[in-house]
Design a protein around this ligand. Sequence first.
Ligand SMILES: O=C(O)[C@H]1NCC[C@@H]1O
Length: 347
Amino acid sequence: MRSTKTIHVVSCHAEGEVGDVIVGGVAPPPGETLWEQRNWIETDGTLRNFVLNEPRGGVFRHVNLLVPPKHPEAQMGFIIMEPEDTPPMSGSNSICVSTVLLDSGVIAMREPETLLTLEAPGGLVRVRAECRNGKAERIHIRNVASFAGRLDAPLEVERLPTLTVDTAYGGDSFVVVDAAALGFGLVADEAHHLADLGMRISDAANAQIGFEHPELPEWRHISFCLFAGPLTEGADGLEALSAVAIRPGKIDRSPTGTAVSARMALLCARGQMQVGDRFTATSILGSHFAGRVAEATTVGARPAIIPEISGRGWITGTHQHMLDPDDPWPDGYRLSDTWGRSFGKKL
Ligand SMILES: O=C(O)[C@H]1NCC[C@@H]1O
C-alpha cells in the first residue's frame, strides 16, 4: 500500500444528512480568519475535489474540516464543504461536528451537559449537548444571526405560473416557496421532482432576485430552495413539513437547520413568531429539528433573530482516504447521472 496523502475521517449523520468530519491528515489552510480559510479551500479546490467527488465522495456527502479556532472563545473551528458551496454555516453539519468532537473524545464530554463554542466561517456557534452514557444525545446549536430578505417577491420560472416567494438567511441563503401551492405533500416519493424543480427555482431566484448579506458581502447568491409545508399548531409551538433542494440537485435528508432558522426569521418578520416561540420542522425522511427564537438582534440595519436549533447525530464509521500516485483521477469525477447539472464543472 502506498499513498501521497492520508486523510482521517469520522463519518456521521444528523437526522439523516451526512456530515463527515476530517479529524486529521490536513494542515490548516492559510488565512487570518475562518472566512479567509473558507475562501482558500473554495478557490484551491483540491481538498473539496478529493473528499466530495467520486470515488471517495458522492452528491449526498458533506465534509467538515476541523481547524484551530481564531476566536479566543471557541474550542474548535470548522470549514463546511457541501457539493457546490463552502458555506458560512450549516445546521446538520454543526450537529455532526459537535457529535464527532464529543462522542470520539476530541473534546472532553461532561454529563449530563457539555457546553462548547465552535467557530464557523459565518460566526461563532454556541453548543449545548445533552450527554448520557458517553453519547451526545441531542445537540442544541445557537446559530448565527438570521434575517428575512425579500417578502412576497414575484418570480418567473419557466413552465410555471408566476410564483410568490420569500428570501431569507439562516446561516445560508434561501428562496422559500409554498410547497402546497405547487401541489407538493413533501413525501419521500416526491424527492426527485422536488430536487429538479428546486434547482429551477434557485436558478430563477438568483437571476431575478439575488441575495445580499450586510456583513458577508461575498455571499451574493441563493444556495437553497426551501419548500415550506403548511404551518400547524402543535403541543410545542408551530410545526411544518420541510424539504430543501441543495445544488446541484438533491434533497436534504434532515429538516435543514439553516432552513429552520431562515423560516423562523420570516415568521418573525411577518409577526407570526416572537422571541421565545418554538417551531419544529420535519424532513422528507420523517426526522425533526426543533427550533426556538432565542433573541432579537440586527444584522446591519436589518431586524434579525438569533435562532436555536436542536437535533441528533450518530457516528457511522471511520475512513482513511488515500491517494495512490498512479491513480489517474486524483481530483475524482462527477457524472450527470447523479450530479445533475454540475457534470464536469469541478474537474
Ligand atoms: O442543516 C443544514 O443547515 C444543512 N443540511 C445540509 C445543507 C445545509 O447546510
